[in-house]
Ligand binder design. Structure first.
Ligand SMILES: [Fe+2]
Ligand SMILES: [Fe+2]
Length: 272
């Protein structure tokens, strides 16, 4: 496990008290930004449910893992809150993050139950492999999330959105570093875990939010958020490929092809 103390030492709720809300209101949000931020808020607010699923498993009783999961869930919770605040200030409020998160989860209950049953079985039968998978999966999601916030920074005309996305993105980078280092440790020298993780990534990988968003909604989001989805997803694939036993994996590119974003037939982007 990477040194959790380093992460705990810098962990904090993303600070928003010093942001210039008047400047945020004056700059406003484009329709595309509004849609992207709503998606981000929805996905961020689901972290608690993933946290619950993994926290009830025996395998997560490791003290360092408990520390990390608690810190991670805490930080993600405030990402959703901060985004909701910015949207409200800019005149496009989303319903309270908590109640919206629960509602989204209810509508995704069947899928969530299936995911849960699979997780519980794998975690019971092959706990080491389950943690290796969870960490690898997490690394890929956190990296895409970093890239997403960086894309918001680079494309917005709203200085407050840019600053908030920069602050959140910094925390996402730390999450990514932790997940990646943990995945590397867990996969190193474990041929069985390497084979299973590779197979599941290749067959079942989806960007974060698949429990509460349809593939079409996810494709629309990716097309709106990233100027060049192929460059973004292939970069993420390359990072995963550097992990032990995962050379050449391309879960991101496979997903892009499945949703027709890697063939030139991109979903129509929302008006800016
Ligand atoms: Fe987040
Ligand atoms: Fe994160």
């Amino acid at each position: 496990m990477p040194d959790i103390q380093q992460h705990l030492a810098v962990s904090q709720k993303v600070s928003i008290d010093d942001l210039d809300w008047a400047a945020a209101r004056a700059a406003g949000l484009s329709e595309r930004e509004r849609a992207n931020l709503e998606f981000f808020a929805d996905v961020e607010s689901q972290t608690f449910f993933y946290f619950l699923e993994v926290a009830k498993l025996q395998i997560s009783r490791d003290p360092d893992l408990i520390s990390f999961l608690t810190m991670w869930n805490y930080e993600e919770h405030f990402h959703a809150q901060a985004i909701s605040r910015l949207m409200a200030e800019c005149g496009c409020p989303v319903p309270a993050a908590g109640s919206r998160a629960a509602k989204l989860r209810t509508s995704a209950r069947l899928r969530a139950r299936l995911e849960d049953a699979f997780q519980v079985s794998l975690a019971k039968a092959m706990p080491q492999t389950f943690v290796a998978l969870w960490m690898t999966w997490g690394a890929s999601q956190e990296l895409l999330t970093c890239q997403g916030y960086e894309s918001l920074v680079n494309t917005t005309n709203n200085p407050v959105l840019a600053e908030l996305a920069r602050r959140i993105g910094k925390q996402e980078r730390r999450h990514y570093a932790f997940y990646l280092a943990s995945a590397r440790e867990r996969l190193e020298g474990d041929r069985v875990a390497q084979r299973i993780v590779r197979a599941i990534l290749e067959r079942n990988w989806n960007p974060a939010g698949s429990g509460v968003k349809s593939p079409a909604e996810q494709a629309q989001f990716v097309a709106n958020l990233f100027p060049d989805p192929v460059a973004t997803f292939s970069h993420a694939d390359e990072r995963l490929s550097a992990l032990p036993g995962l050379e050449g994996v391309q879960p991101g590119m496979r997903w892009l092809r499945r949703v027709s974003l890697a063939t030139g037939a991109a979903a129509p982007a929302a008006a800016n």
